[in-house]
Write a protein that binds this ligand. Structure first.
Ligand SMILES: Nc1ncnc2c1ncn2[C@@H]1O[C@H](COP(=O)(O)OP(=O)(O)OP(=O)(O)O)[C@@H](O)[C@H]1O
Ligand SMILES: [Zn+2]
Length: 782
């Protein structure tokens, strides 16, 4: 961390002499800007606003400032504008700004960040213990920061001296023509436009500029945005009784004009989306905007079409947008021209001018937490944003996180439930199949005997009208061909040179791949540990599963969906629409196919291995197992054709698996909640995880110990009630060549963690070559 500081506003410690009377006026007149730089520091830096910028500078806009001893130029956001008077009377000093540097130039004519967003980003910086500037930097998309898709153009304007000169000086004919045009327009005009209007070259303009009669401005010009596609606006349902009840609750909150968070717990297929849409229709009718957050992978044409059908103006923010499109969307949203913003995590920062509602669909998804600084959770940010705006937040899920469930149980959230599927459809029966003694599995196959015959019958038996058009979804949470390359002589597996991770065999590229750092390598002829020749490829990933399914069901069309097969933008949509049209009969894949899909002909879902998440060293492994099985199971039985689910497991008695099979979220959450309480785990305790990493293992270890000592010291001294766990090597002890140690802070009150950390930070022990990251409310323990 950088501790370099610009000369502060006040020389702490040394009392300053009061200003001389003749200095007073000048000091009163000084305008000072507080600037947040893109650095992991909480500090604001004060700069003098030079006179020419006084009228144009705005909070929320960016400026270029000299920083540090070398006066390197840095970009920063203006977070506040103050006069010297604002610094007086705070009791700390005389408040005379002194030896401040000046802002070099303005970057934005219009502020990028509105005042409520400024407040929100400050909250994020405080809550997640990172720099305000870092947050500001990350909430504005790169395309917006760079002005992608717009051009920087030269405008000219008449200065006050120029105006005077026009009245009193004798100017050359062409110079006078230019000045007259600028005076009559009374705003900056494109230099080329003035030249054309005055019928001259740029010479006279430059001459006026040299005399100080004209100033030159660089301003970005806009690019036309393509009109939104026209969609047939139909699809109206008569809401079910449960939908109507949920809606009534949400509408009541909207009309109350107050912030509340509403947890909409609705089983898969209960029609949550329809509830969101109607609630949004209400706020749109008041001329307000809504933001809908969905997991990236749900940004399918299917979801988007549903919103486009019901609203005139929908902006979709997905990760494949280029910078120019992103910028265009940003501006359109900012202008108030967009009714609904649908997007992944970062769409929570969409600059809607009159926010009326935020919806987070599938609120349990881990992708709502960012795993780089600022490590925010979109749900918490959304809660603050809607609180500041005084509007409701709706969280929807069939399998809410224990955090949200706890909040609903204790009254912090309101709870509405939808227990039945739309159209009186039954939840599909789920059978857990014990594969420990399955003859096919024992031979190394991924699909056991019972699942094989179930797949066959699902594909063969159809309805009376159309025999044999059933479809099958097979879910396996591991990509690649074999998750381990194992030496039968010494028992070691091939590991990544840079990470503490076994390499996965990818047969398509005929190499092993590290799923953490994406490093590729050839498989050595002989085992590096013992020299034995003859590797065993152990376990099955989706590629191997694909082979097996093709071999067993050669007559049926199949598609594999995982991040390897879906690299090309659009390929995901293509496969889903082929599946919808019945051109694909078997769809197999990873999490990508686990959520949101709504296909009536899917009569069988097979979970190849329910245990992949179960034995992770993570306190949420049961919760994740439950969620995943319940979500995948939800992909079938979505029409009168019905459907069933087979879950293969070597732990068929595991409570998470059993409860998911019974579709019993209430029982699962009740028992899991008890376990969490006993373990002093979230949601009963708040955690912050500190990760240290560096190239030299002993340095990292030493730094972790020193930091832990310092934390314990501060904690004991402050009587904070924070417990400190560790340090210990992180579960992944090496990642991308860096050794990792972590320690965890736990407390009943989240605020105690922050108070403690701020004390620690004030005098942080530093070890060269060791980086540190802090993750508040971590959900990833690797
Ligand atoms: N009131 C209704 N009448 C008839 N059909 C409806 C009604 N509401 C929703 N549907 C349809 O029911 C299906 C399921 O709805 P939806 O996808 O919103 O469920 P969901 O609760 O979001 O499920 P999941 O959690 O599985 O994503 C959709 O095809 C939707 O068009
Ligand atoms: Zn690696």
């Amino acid at each position: 961390m950088n501790t370099e500081k610009q000369q502060g506003l006040f020389d702490e410690g040394t009392p300053l002499p009061g200003p001389m009377p003749w200095e007073e006026a000048a000091v009163e007149d000084v305008l000072i800007a507080e600037i947040a730089l893109n650095k992991p520091l909480d500090d604001q830096y004060s700069y003098i606003v030079p006179d020419p910028l006084r009228e144009r500078i705005r909070t929320g806009g960016r400026v270029r400032v000299p920083f540090g001893r070398g006066n390197r130029f840095e970009y920063g956001f203006v977070t506040a504008l103050k006069t010297a008077a604002d610094y007086r009377g705070n009791g700390t000093s005389q408040g005379v700004p002194k030896r401040l540097k000046s802002i070099e130039s303005l970057v934005d004519e219009e502020p990028l960040i509105e005042s409520q967003m400024l407040q929100l980003t400050k909250w994020i910086a405080d809550y997640y213990l990172c720099g305000w500037g870092q947050v500001l930097h990350s909430v504005v998309p790169a395309g917006v920061r760079r002005g992608a898709g717009t051009r920087l153009e030269t405008f000219v304007a008449l200065t006050p001296e120029g105006e005077q000169a026009l009245a009193t000086h004798s100017l050359g004919r062409k110079q006078r023509a230019v000045a007259e045009i600028l005076k009559s327009r009374n705003e900056p005009v494109l230099a080329t436009e003035v030249a054309a209007a005055a019928d001259c070259g740029t010479g006279p303009i430059r001459e006026l500029e040299r005399k100080g009669f004209v100033e030159r401005l660089k301003i970005r010009s806009e690019v036309e945005l393509a009109a939104a596609a026209n969609v047939d606006k139909t699809e109206e349902f008569h809401p079910t009784a449960e939908q109507a009840a949920s809606l009534e609750k949400i509408l009541g909150t909207i009309q109350s004009g107050e912030h509340r968070t509403i947890l909409l717990h609705g089983v898969t297929g209960s029609g949550k989306t329809e509830v969101y849409i109607r609630a949004i229709e209400e706020v749109v009718s008041y001329g307000r905007q809504a933001i809908v957050l969905v997991p990236e992978i749900s940004l399918t044409p299917q979801t988007i079409r549903r919103f486009r059908r019901r609203f005139d103006s929908v902006a979709v923010l997905h990760s494949h947008l280029n910078d120019a499109d992103r910028h265009a969307h940003w501006k359109r949203i900012k202008s108030g021209d967009v009714q609904v913003v649908v997007g992944a995590r970062s769409a929570i920062f969409a600059p809607t001018p009159r926010l009326g509602l935020v919806v987070i669909d599938e609120e349990h998804e881990t992708s709502f937490k960012q795993d780089t600084t600022p490590r925010y959770h979109a749900r918490e940010v959304a809660e603050q944003r809607t609180r500041f705006a005084g509007v409701p937040l709706v969280l929807g899920s069939a399998t809410p996180t224990l955090e949200s469930w706890h909040a609903a149980k204790t009254g912090r959230y309101d709870l509405v439930s939808m227990r039945k599927r739309v159209g009186n459809l039954e939840m599909p029966p789920v059978t857990v199949v014990d594969i420990r003694n399955d003859p096919q599995v024992r031979k190394g196959q991924a699909i056991g005997r019972i699942l094989t015959s179930s797949i066959r019958s699902a594909l063969e038996e159809g309805s009376d009208e159309q025999p044999g058009d059933g479809q099958v979804i097979l879910f396996l949470n591991l990509r690649g061909f074999s998750p381990a390359v194992w030496c039968p002589a010494c028992g070691s597996s091939l590991r990544c040179d840079d990470c503490d991770i076994t390499m996965t065999w990818h047969r398509d590229i005929r190499r092993v791949l590290c799923h953490s750092c994406a490093r590729e390598a050839d498989v050595p002829k002989a085992c590096p540990s013992c020299g034995h020749q003859g590797w065993k490829f152990v376990g099955a990933g989706t590629q191997k599963l694909e082979d097996e399914v093709r071999a067993k069901f050669p007559e049926y069309s199949l598609a594999r969906m995982d991040s390897d097969s879906m690299k090309r933008p659009g390929s995901h949509d293509e496969v889903l629409s082929a599946f919808r049209d019945g051109k694909i009969r078997i769809l197999l894949g990873t999490q990508m196919i686990a959520k949101g899909l709504d296909f009536p002909n899917v009569t069988l879902v097979g979970v190849i291995d329910a245990d992949t998440l179960l034995h992770q060293p993570d306190l949420r492994s049961s919760e994740r197992t439950f969620q995943l099985i319940a979500q995948v199971a939800g992909r079938t039985g979505r029409s009168h054709r019905g459907g069933r689910v087979l879950v293969q497991s070597a732990n068929p008695a595991d409570p998470a698996i059993r409860r998911a099979a019974e579709h019993d979220y209430l029982a699962f959450s009740a028992s899991e909640m008890q376990d969490r309480e006993v373990m002093a785990a979230p949601p009963f305790r708040h955690y912050a995880r500190v990760i240290l990493r560096g190239e030299v293992e002993s340095d990292v270890k030493r730094a972790a110990r020193a930091l832990a000592d310092r934390i314990r010291q501060c904690s004991d001294a402050g009587g904070t009630g924070v417990s400190v766990l560790g340090p210990a090597p992180a579960p992944i002890s090496k990642l991308r060549k860096l050794h990792r140690f972590h320690l965890q802070l736990a407390a009943t009150e989240s605020e105690s963690l922050r108070a403690l950390w701020r004390r620690v930070e004030a005098d942080m022990p530093r070890t060269p070559g060791v980086e540190l990251a802090i993750d508040v409310d971590p959900i990833n323990m690797r």
